[in-house]
Design a protein around this ligand. Structure first.
Ligand SMILES: [Zn+2]
Length: 304
C-alpha cells in the first residue's frame, strides 16, 4: 500500500474507533450498559459500507439488534428505565427501531458529531453515517450529495436529474438543490497534518477516474482507427457489441468509422453485423468532418 493510502486507512480507522465509542456510550445512556456486548460483535459494530461511492461510508447494525432485545409495551413501543452512573433514574420511550437508531445517532456527543456530515436511519434501526472525511473525498471526485436521500451523484447534471426523477423536484428546484450541495461546506481537517497528503491522494484518484472515463472502449477505438481485423476479432470473441456500445457522448462504432472515413469498417458494421443506419449520432455527421481524401459518395450509403 502507498504511504498516502496507509495514512487514509489509519485516519479512517481512528475515526471509526472514536465514532464507535461515542455510539456505544450514547446507547448505554439511553438503554443501559447491559446491551454493550452487542456492540462488540463484528457484524454489529460500526464498519465500512460496501458501496461508499453511492452513499454513506459507515454503517452500524447494533441499534437494530438492541431494539429487538428491548422489552416491548402492548402497543409495540419500548420503554426503558436506566440508572445513570450518578444513580439518577431515567425513563425513555421509543416508538420503533428508527426512533432508537435516531436517538443513538443524536446522542453521539460533540466531538464525534463533528466528524459526521450526515446521519440516516434505516427502518430496522441500522445507522448510516457519512463522515466529513468521506464527504470531502467525494467532493474531490466530483460527486455531489443529495440532502434528501443521502446518496452521491456525479456532477451537477447527475444530481439535478436525480432530484427531478427521484424526488419529483421542478427543474428550478433541482438546480437550487445542486447549488446548495455545491455551497455546503465540508469543514473537515484530517488530524496530524494529513490534510495535504489526503488531498493529493484524492486528486490522483480523481485524475485516474477521469482518464478511465475518457478512455474509449477497444472496439470504438478500432472503428475510429479503421482497424477492421482488430474489430472483427473483438466482435468474434464476444468482447464488443457494435449495436449497443457508445462513448460518453453517445457515439457508436459506426459513427467513429464514418467520422474517420473508414468505408470498409462501415460496410462491415452495416452489411455484416446489421448495425442500424439510423443510429442517432449519424444524423449529426456532416461531410465536412471527413478527411479531404475521403470520397463522400462512398460513405453516403452508410450515413442515412
Ligand atoms: Zn436523493
Amino acid at each position: 500500500m502507498l504511504a498516502a493510502e496507509e495514512t487514509e486507512a489509519l485516519v479512517e480507522l481512528e475515526m471509526i474507533r472514536l465514532l464507535h465509542a461515542a455510539l456505544l456510550s450514547a446507547s448505554a445512556s439511553l438503554v443501559g450498559a447491559s446491551h454493550a456486548h452487542v456492540w462488540r460483535l463484528p457484524k454489529e459494530s460500526l464498519r465500512r459500507t460496501r458501496q461508499p461511492d453511492v452513499g454513506a461510508d459507515l454503517s452500524c447494525h447494533a441499534p437494530a439488534t438492541v431494539w429487538k432485545r428491548l422489552p416491548r409495551q402492548p402497543d409495540g413501543t419500548a420503554r426503558v428505565r436506566t440508572l445513570s452512573e450518578f444513580g439518577v433514574a431515567r425513563e425513555a420511550e421509543f416508538a420503533d427501531a428508527r426512533a432508537l437508531g435516531l436517538a443513538i445517532g443524536e446522542g453521539m456527543g460533540a466531538r464525534a458529531a463533528a466528524c459526521v456530515a450526515d446521519v440516516r436511519v434505516k427502518e430496522d434501526g441500522t445507522l448510516l453515517l457519512t463522515t466529513q472525511l468521506h464527504m470531502r473525498r467525494q467532493r474531490m471526485l466530483g460527486r455531489l450529495h443529495c440532502a434528501a436521500c443521502g446518496q452521491f451523484f456525479s456532477g451537477e447534471r447527475g444530481l439535478r436529474d436525480h432530484q427531478q426523477v427521484k424526488h419529483g423536484r421542478s427543474y428550478g428546484g433541482a438546480k437550487a438543490a445542486v447549488a446548495s450541495a455545491r455551497r455546503a461546506l465540508v469543514a473537515y481537517a484530517p488530524p496530524g497534518g494529513a490534510a495535504a497528503e489526503l488531498a493529493a491522494l484524492w486528486l490522483r484518484r480523481a485524475a485516474a477516474k477521469e482518464e478511465q472515463r475518457r478512455a474509449l472502449p477497444e472496439g470504438l477505438a478500432a472503428a475510429r482507427d479503421g482497424q477492421l481485423r482488430a474489430l472483427r476479432r473483438l466482435v468474434g470473441e464476444g468482447r464488443f457489441d457494435a449495436h449497443a456500445t457508445v462513448d460518453r457522448h453517445g457515439s457508436s462504432a459506426l459513427h467513429f468509422a464514418a467520422g474517420g472515413g473508414h468505408v470498409e469498417v462501415c460496410a462491415y458494421l452495416v452489411d455484416e453485423l446489421g448495425v442500424s443506419l439510423t443510429q442517432a449520432p449519424l444524423r449529426n455527421l456532416s461531410s465536412s468532418r471527413f478527411p479531404p481524401s475521403t470520397a463522400v459518395s462512398q460513405l453516403t450509403p452508410y450515413l442515412w
